[in-house]
Write a new protein. Structure first.
Length: 329
């Protein structure tokens, strides 16, 4: 049975750091033969933030892009949700740092929702829930991540798949014609150590002990794939059943851009034409929580998502989590 939650996406926007890095540049940096990084990572290019660029500035640019596209005033936003996979700092909330530079009025509430690479979906569901209580009328959901700051270049498996970026969506309850038809987030804590950054919180710090490598991202790719593969079919089946539709009723699929192998596996597993899936991995890489909303923005600006269509957003995340959302636009 569909658990319909009215929601209208008024606008989306995105922002990228100024530095575009070609895979051929990383070949030189890593002392590898030409073409090695592209063959290994599946990427032609990705974007890395310079040292003087920060996460909240990138998020603010994405929000301002969304506002401009819909000709909306910053003051019309009455709540900001930061949906970043990794926060700008431990305290305060990244939302407060975004609000500081985004041009929204002082006093605008904001808080963080963190679910790793699925943070945007979790925040969008929270936004829809709040809008349907009447607590707020217009909410901005912004995801921004600088994955390049946590790369361990000694780990070929994890170091080559990431890029930086930010994306935003501005939403209202709307007239009830459009909305979330289903939403699922399943977390399997047995996989909590498969993708992690150990430091940055209370677990590892200067007082209880910390190593420089604890601040870098580490991943067991084979372990992630094995665990996710064991549950993904059931989650997809339940997601579609909750929406009351089959896969043939989905016009566009917007997946987390996890890796080139992950994208290829998605096409094979779903048995759909590649053109039905938004794939920006080769030019953006895995942007952590910004990945899904950046791909969603691509769907809108290329005309592959629009009023009357139905989209499915889906992916995996550290935790280990698997989840998705079906939205009728």
């Amino acid at each position: 049975m569909s658990l319909f939650l009215p929601l209208t996406i008024l606008a989306t926007g995105k922002a990228l750091p100024s530095r575009c890095v070609l895979s051929s540049e990383l070949d030189l940096q890593l002392g590898k033969p030409r073409g090695h990084v592209q063959k290994r990572s599946g990427m032609v290019q990705r974007y890395y933030a310079r040292d003087d660029e920060c996460q909240s500035d990138l998020a603010a640019r994405a929000l301002q892009d969304a506002l401009a596209r819909a000709d909306l005033r910053p003051g019309s936003i009455d709540l900001l949700l930061s949906a970043s996979g990794v926060q700008e700092q431990a305290l305060p909330a990244t939302a407060s740092r975004i609000l500081d530079v985004a041009g929204l009025p002082d006093g605008t509430p904001g808080f963080d929702i963190a679910a790793s690479c699925l943070s945007f979906l979790a925040a969008l569901h929270v936004a829809a829930s709040l809008l349907n209580t009447g607590s707020y009328k217009r909410i901005a959901v912004v995801a921004s991540d600088l994955a390049s700051r946590g790369i361990d270049w000694g780990c070929a498996e994890a170091s080559l798949i990431f890029g930086d970026g930010a994306a935003a969506a501005i939403v209202e309850r709307g007239d009830g014609a459009s909305g979330i038809e289903s939403y699922l987030l399943h977390t399997y804590p047995a996989g909590k150590a498969l993708c992690e950054i150990r430091a940055g919180g209370t677990r590892r710090n200067p007082r209880v002990g910390v190593e420089p490598s604890d601040f870098l991202f580490r991943m067991d790719g084979k372990g992630v794939f094995k665990m996710a593969a064991g549950v993904i079919d059931e989650v997809l089946e339940r997601l579609l059943a909750q929406a009351g539709v089959g896969l043939d009723a989905i016009q566009t699929i917007v997946p987390h851009q996890a890796s080139h192998l992950g994208m290829r596996h998605m096409v094979q597993r779903l048995k759909v034409a590649p053109g039905k899936i938004i794939d920006i991995y080769a030019t953006h890489g895995n942007q952590v929580a910004a990945s899904i909303p950046t791909a969603l923005h691509e769907a809108f600006v290329t005309g592959r998502a629009g009023p009357g269509s139905r989209i499915m957003m889906f992916g995996t995340a550290a935790g280990l989590s698997v989840g998705g959302m079906v939205v009728r636009l």
